[in-house]
Design a protein around this ligand. Structure first.
Ligand code: AHR
Length: 548
């Protein structure tokens, strides 16, 4: 599409709020309402997900204790070091779909004697690549996963098998992890695996996508299973937090059906659900055309895309807002006291195969500036709904969908998405505050109609006297000059940092790992509570101001 077509399609945005403009060139405005807190931003909004799938665990995280690849306790050092710089969000393991085929006992005992199993994803490589993902050696077990979490300071979040193991195996996994040293045979087994003291695992997912790969249950059938699996699970010294398998994207019937059946036994059953998992992937390039709605066919390339596909992916990522609001409303019909929180424990972009670092990295893909903007916008959305969303886990950490790391042998680099997590770090521990963005939406031409996408994305938080504002400019070719009004912001310098790319398809590679990284941004000063800032095209920016 020609640039002039974009301009022609640009639609008028919402009316600007607040004080009149002081900058003639300003195309929009952000009002940060520091006196309107939404809730505290916890590190778990910056959670992760790693599954026994392709190159995520083997090659990605686990290289083995005897490896020539630098490691601590068999875990890739570059991933440990990279993760230590980020917010310490909980990490979910071992799946995903894999979870409902996994027997945790396979990952115990002397490593070389552990069973080798056909992986859940064995049939899913779509080719003849000799994939380690097809066969799981089980060298990486529960103890290794918890060590990985401890090395980086994150909480472990285990996903239990509800489809193919009985409830007994679930509570025995809890016993293996959490029973006090020397009290049970399973605690002794854990000690032989290297951890005498309890692992204190708090978060337990009860199945995964139980509407699909997790057993093809109806919502009502799953609710009955959930009640049974969570009955009388010993807590030991750790207060367990169960996470129920929630819907795929916008399936409100699943949410209503689950809570309705769960509470048939009594309203108190709500107390069993700490988190309700929501999964949503940004992947649909069907452009609203029913003829282009096949799950595989509708996906595009991770690195070769038109401006139209750039915008359509951003528009798809914006569905998160409605998904949170709509499922939250349904949960509220049953949970009047608002005890249940949403866990968006799988989110991210999903493209077609072809950009994975190695053929056996099933679902591996590259990550460009487009993914950075998706990550920024999604995190801004979570901040806005921090009263509803307690945890979010991007899929998946290494060598997979919207990964933060791509690794192969002794090589490893961080993706633009990693740098967004880094850039957003100062939000953690702050109070998310209401942030009103007034910018025109961006219009674009689709194959059979026109689309429009948010004109700017932003969120703000206050920690001590520092206000952190993060903004993504989704316009692929135009900068936006924005007036930012912050009541109570003292005059003075503003710290700025940003992620930009030489062009929108740019990405980091093993040969050029620093094409997209965080750089300092030049920012003006606050004058009378107003700051004017020019956000580069296709960028993510962090501004930090001091409050009075
Ligand atoms: O993240 C890849 C897969 O997507 C997960 O295994 C599954 O839960 C989801 O459908």
């Amino acid at each position: 599409m020609e640039r002039r077509d974009f301009l022609r399609l640009a639609v008028a945005g919402a009316a600007l709020v607040g004080a009149p403009h002081t900058s003639r060139a300003a195309t929009g405005r952000i009002d940060v309402l520091v006196n309107e807190p939404i809730g505290a931003i916890g590190a778990d909004l910056y959670g992760h997900f790693c599954e026994h799938l392709g190159g995520v665990v083997y090659d990605g995280i686990w290289v083995g204790e005897g490896s020539s690849v630098p490691n601590t306790q068999g875990i890739r050092q570059a991933v440990i070091d990279g993760m230590r710089k980020l917010p310490k969000g909980a990490i979910r393991w071992p799946g995903g779909c894999f979870a409902d085929s996994y027997d945790w006992r396979d990952g115990t005992g002397p490593r070389e004697q552990r069973p080798r199993r056909t992986n859940f994803w064995a049939g899913g490589t779509g080719g003849d690549a000799v994939s380690k993902s097809k066969y799981d050696p089980n060298h990486f077990g529960s103890v290794d996963f918890v060590r990985f979490c401890r090395l980086i300071g994150s909480e472990p979040y285990l996903a239990a098998n509800l489809r193919s193991l009985p409830a007994r195996d679930f509570y025995q996994w809890v016993e293996y992890c959490n029973s006090p040293a020397g009290t049970t045979s399973l605690a002794d087994l854990r000690a032989r695996d290297g951890e005498k003291d309890p692992l204190k695992v708090r978060y337990w997912g009860v199945g995964n996508e139980s509407w699909g790969c997790g057993g093809d249950f109806t919502a009502e059938e799953y609710a009955v299973e959930f009640r049974r699996f969570t009955s009388w699970v010993p807590g030991f010294d750790t207060r367990l937090a169960f996470v129920a398998s929630g819907p795929s994207s916008g399936d409100l019937n699943w949410t209503r059906g689950f809570f309705s059946k769960l509470t048939e036994k009594g309203a108190g059953m709500i107390g069993r659900v700490h988190g309700f998992a929501l999964h949503h992937y940004t992947e649909n390039l069907g452009f609203g055309d029913p003829a282009r709605n096949d799950w595989n066919e509708r996906k595009g390339s991770a690195i070769e895309f038109s401006p139209m596909e750039w915008y359509e992916i951003l528009k798809e990522s914006d569905r998160m807002e409605d998904l949170i609001a709509s499922h939250w409303a349904v949960i509220g019909e049953f949970d009047r006291q608002r005890r249940v929180k949403l866990f968006v424990d799988e989110w991210g972009t999903w493209y077609k195969a072809g950009t994975e670092a190695k053929p056996n990295h099933l679902l591996g893909q590259q990550s460009t500036m487009r993914d950075a903007v998706v990550a920024a916008h999604t995190l801004n959305t979570f901040h806005k709904h921090v009263d509803k969303v307690a945890m979010a886990n991007i899929a998946q950490l290494v060598n997979n969908l919207q990964s933060l790391f791509i690794a192969d042998g002794d090589k490893c680099f961080t993706t633009p998405t990693y740098h967004v997590f880094d850039l957003y770090g100062p939000h953690v521990g702050g109070q998310s505050v209401r942030t009103v963005l007034s910018t025109p939406a961006i219009g674009y031409q689709r194959p059979k109609n026109t689309g429009s996408v948010f004109g700017l994305s932003g969120s703000a938080s206050v920690k001590d006297k520092t206000l952190t504002l993060t903004v993504a400019n989704p316009h692929f070719s135009e900068a936006q000059e924005i007036e930012i009004a912050v009541r109570g912001a003292v005059s003075g310098p503003v710290k700025g940092a940003q992620i930009t790319a030489p062009e929108i398809h740019a990405h980091n590679t093993f040969a050029q790992p620093n094409t997209i990284v965080i750089k300092d941004a030049t920012v003006g000063a606050v004058q009378n509570g107003l700051l004017v800032h020019r956000f580069p095209p296709a960028s993510v920016t962090r501004l930090q101001l001091t409050l009075a």
